[in-house]
Design a protein around this ligand. Structure first.
Ligand SMILES: Cc1cc2nc3c(=O)[nH]c(=O)nc-3n(C[C@H](O)[C@H](O)[C@H](O)COP(=O)(O)OP(=O)(O)OC[C@H]3O[C@@H](n4cnc5c(N)ncnc54)[C@H](O)[C@@H]3O)c2cc1C
Length: 446
């Protein structure tokens, strides 16, 4: 994984802001530099046993592990790198409800019953996160409120539709903002309208993962870092092998998402790893009030969307773009700065302190792929961009399934999934071509 850290000097006359020290166990992001102190978590060595082996300490794995530990299971999490090393420790930190394809698309493609089943869970992930932050006292800088911002008239219509749709599924904490109100909430003239979701919000994503890991450990859960799972031997019990150890477990949950590689070939077959890039500016001090005075998080409504928010120390964290096939771009700042300046031209003199990339997993339908590889080996992957809340929901749903209540699990597991057109060789250019068309449409519309 190639990532970039920027160290341009401050502007003349400005005192340079000291940069937090890097934590080189993670991608060199702003989050890694401001992470929670963590205990040592030695690799798995020798033989061990558990009720449940979880592969991957991102939100999917940690959420499931914590729910299962709360229910009294003996759970061991095996993480190839560090807790939160993957997308969960690098993302935009935005708590966005529902799924990467919304409930109207689910209803049209999969019928009313599926839409009703998934709709009844679409707003639960954020509630789980907030409950955990409160219950376990996780210091992850939660701030309420998120905006979906429309750039053209088609998107304004979409927002009205979106509001009516979510209200139909019982989510009432939404307000439409007109262009003037929008400019007051976001110091940019780019937006024609916005939908304010009072129950959304934003967090420091790596701290959230680390806090959940510590909550899990406080209940007796065990995490081994530097413990890449190299093989899963199917059976009852299943056996999970790392370079130096072997874990026997009644159940396994595979939660490696975009970083799973080829461990389970059938899980790689219908998905595509993709990258997204984020930069963090220097702290803006009082200038934060020029851009996000209410400290809301924002994502626009473009197909290739931009997302941004303030950090606790008032940096602007700005992300956007997608690299299909998860190429690691060499120059994150060169990719993201033009997007940032298009939204906030007033920040042209502001220094970029950090830039990093992270991978998420795309499915063709943009809906998550959830299921069983065998009766006791479960997986969830591919939330296709919006994953912070979904991963927390699915952790709970997986824990329910292991306790014999599989109704909610089955609602996700019944969704069909297909390979990307073009096969392994051409799926990346084909998908990029499709995205290019949607991006062009967004750019041309007024
Ligand atoms: C840059 C970026 C910005 C994003 N912004 C947002 C946002 O603002 N809001 C939102 O809702 N979503 C966002 N997302 C998506 C969201 O972050 C992800 O959907 C979510 O974090 C996925 O969590 P996960 O636990 O499934 O995967 P990950 O967090 O990637 O965790 C998988 C873990 O499994 C480990 N692993 C893999 N293979 C093995 C193995 N063989 N053995 C042991 N361990 C293994 C990896 O090391 C990794 O730690 C963003 C994603 C990216 C990349």
């Amino acid at each position: 994984m190639q990532t970039t850290v920027f160290s341009q000097p401050g502007q003349p006359g400005q005192a340079p802001h000291p940069r937090p020290a890097m934590n080189d166990a993670h991608a060199p992001s702003y989050y890694a530099a401001t992470a929670l102190p963590q205990p040592a978590r030695p690799p798995l060595r020798g033989r061990a046993e558990a009720d449940v082996a979880v592969i991957g300490a991102g939100y999917t794995g940690l959420s499931a592990a914590l729910h299962l530990a709360e229910a009294g299971f003996r759970v061991v999490v095996l993480e190839a790198r560090r807790v939160g090393w993957g997308a969960s420790g690098r993302n935009g930190g935005q708590l966005v409800h529902s799924y990467s394809r919304d409930l109207d698309v689910i209803e049209a493609r999969h019928g009313v019953d599926t839409a009703r089943a998934l709709g009844s869970m679409a707003f639960e992930g954020a509630a789980i996160i907030k409950q955990r932050i409160r219950h376990y006292g996780i210091d992850c800088h939660f701030r309420p409120g998120g905006l979906f911002a429309a750039i053209n008239s088609r998107q304004v219509d979409q927002l009205a539709h979106h509001k009516a749709l979510w209200e139909r599924f019982g989510h009432a904490e939404l307000d439409m903002l007109d262009a003037r109100q929008c400019e007051a909430a976001v110091g940019s003239t780019r937006y024609r309208a916005a939908l304010l979701d009072h129950s959304a919000g934003h967090v420091h994503p790596l701290r959230l993962a680390q806090g959940e890991a510590q909550a899990f450990e406080s209940l007796g859960g065990v995490i081994h870092e530097d413990s890449t799972v190299l093989r899963i031997e199917r059976g009852e019990p299943a056996v999970v092998q790392t370079a130096d150890g072997e874990l026997q477990a009644r159940y396994v949950i595979v939660a490696g998402n975009a970083y799973l590689g080829g461990l389970v070939p059938e899980l790689a077959a219908r998905t595509m790893p993709c990258g997204s890039q984020v930069v963090a500016t220097e702290p803006l001090g009082k200038r934060f009030a020029e851009i996000l005075p209410q400290n809301l998080c924002v994502e626009d409504c473009n197909f290739l969307l931009d997302y941004f928010r303030l950090s606790a120390d008032r940096r602007l964290l700005y992300g956007g773009g997608v690299t299909y096939g998860a190429r690691d771009p060499a120059h994150v700042e060169a990719m993201i700065r033009p997007k940032l300046l298009k939204t906030f031209p007033q920040l042209r003199d502001v220094r970029i302190d950090f830039g990093w990339t992270g991978n998420f997993l795309l499915t063709l339908s943009r809906l998550p792929e959830v299921g069983r590889l065998s009766p006791n080996i479960y997986y969830s992957q591919g939330c296709s961009g919006h994953g912070v809340t979904f991963t927390h929901l699915i952790g709970k749903v997986l824990a329910e399934a292991l306790q014999g209540q599989a109704e909610r699990f089955d609602a996700f597991a019944s969704l069909p999934h297909y390979p990307f057109p073009g096969g392994r060789l051409l799926r990346v250019p084909f998908t990029a071509l499709g995205a290019f068309w949607y991006d062009l449409r967004d750019r041309l519309q007024r």
